[in-house]
Design a protein around this ligand. Structure first.
Ligand code: IDP
Ligand code: MG
Length: 150
């Protein structure tokens, strides 16, 4: 029913700290639909593509080390306004600027250990979904949708 999708990723610190379930719970509670989920240890090449726009930043090397330090959990979530709402659930890039009630606001401190990723636009989301789920993602009809959407 709802076509908008976003790519949400629990970063290595979030996986190591056992926060995968907590992060999934927040998206489930809101009413968004989980379409795909995988745990994998990402190679540098995929991360260089994922973070291509940050390549010239001084923190890029540190970001690559952080993101290759352990497995990540990547997910595709669907729902009305899920790209923007997903970023609201995550909080600000800098966890210290994130309000309590957001994932980053509740669980972390440093920008270089900010637990999670969320696509920043519908266009980026589709690009990221294609990158991380090259075999495609199937949309599922959900009976529950009539209780979530008017
Ligand atoms: P976003 O994750 O909120 O979209 P981006 O600006 O796209 O933020 O940056 C991607 C990731 O790079 C951030 O989530 C964070 O892990 C890392 N990052 C961004 N800015 C800094 C910085 O100033 N120092 C260290 N790491 C940073
Ligand atoms: Mg970003």
């Amino acid at each position: 029913m709802v076509a908008e999708r976003t790519y949400i990723m629990v970063k290595p610190d979030g996986v190591e700290r056992g926060l995968v379930g907590e992060i999934i719970k927040r998206f489930e509670n809101k009413g968004f639909q989980l379409l795909a989920l995988q745990l994998l240890s990402p190679k540098r090449e995929i991360l260089e593509q994922h973070y291509a726009d940050l390549k010239s930043k001084p923190f890029f090397g540190g970001l690559m080390n952080y993101m290759t330090s352990g497995p990540v959990v990547g997910m595709v979530w669907a729902g009305k306004g899920v790209v923007k709402a997903g970023r609201v659930l995550l909080g600000e890039t800098n966890p210290l600027a994130s309000l309590p009630g957001t994932i980053r606001g509740d669980f972390c401190i440093d920008v270089g250990r900010n637990l999670c990723h969320g696509s920043d636009s519908v266009e980026t989301a589709e690009k990221e979904i294609g990158l991380w789920f090259p075999n495609g993602v199937v949309n599922h009809e959900r009976v529950l949708d009539k209780l979530i959407y008017e």
